[in-house]
Design a protein around this ligand. Sequence first.
Ligand SMILES: Nc1ncnc2c1ncn2[C@@H]1O[C@H](COP(=O)(O)OP(=O)(O)O)[C@@H](O)[C@H]1O
Ligand SMILES: [Mg+2]
Length: 240
Amino acid sequence: MLKYDIDSEIEPLTAPMVAAHGLTKLFSGGGADLRAVSDVSFELEPGIFAAITGPSGSGKSTLLHLLGGIEKPSSGEIDVAGTPVHALGESELAKFRLMQVGFIFQAFHLIPNLTIFNNVAMPGLLAGVASAALRDRVLRLLETVGIRDKADRLPHELSGGQQQRAAIARALVNDPQVILADEPTGNLDSAAGDAVLQLLGELNDRGKTLLMVTHDARIAGWAGKQLRMRDGRLVTTAEA
Ligand SMILES: Nc1ncnc2c1ncn2[C@@H]1O[C@H](COP(=O)(O)OP(=O)(O)O)[C@@H](O)[C@H]1O
Ligand SMILES: [Mg+2]
């Protein structure tokens, strides 16, 4: 007799955009290994806004670094936009970081002696985008994030909020499907922080999958999915 499998009928048809399976990261030193991320598994559908929450030291940044190919896992599997990140060699990993994810850091991480234009252009240059096309793209992105008039300034000449908007433009220059943001408003006052959140929300509305670490329960409340961490483990996954 043919068995009717109701579970397979309600499975989403799309593959996850971000998936982790049994993801573990050990840091060694000072005797015992520290399990910064411990056996974490989850899946995010394309286009979702997901928040990672949890106390300081719970492994949120390490998890984001693993997903973005900045750190290598000790064990487990990572799939981002169809790429098996855990299995990549160094040069493939560099290409993955350049093309498939946009990373936004709390402290902006702009290159201090490059203009805002050149900071935003850098990932495009590294990706070999032709200069005329790259120039158009950078100016359009600076327009989108509201700092077109700052193109020729150095990072230190901008406010924190403006620097973070430059960092967002930089994250978008190679048009990645996934944006990873680690406390992107953590160094900003509330007005500048709200503007950055609004911008990230608009990117998500336009289809970018957004995974954001945040301490702020209000922001986490807007997320379609919350991943809550404690001591390196995923303790709850809440869907809105
Ligand atoms: N590069 C590293 N080397 C050693 N320990 C680290 C490193 N990065 C993070 N850790 C440790 O891993 C744990 C998780 O850190 P982290 O991911 O930064 O947490 P969170 O972002 O939630 O504050 C902490 O105990 C931290 O000290
Ligand atoms: Mg952190």
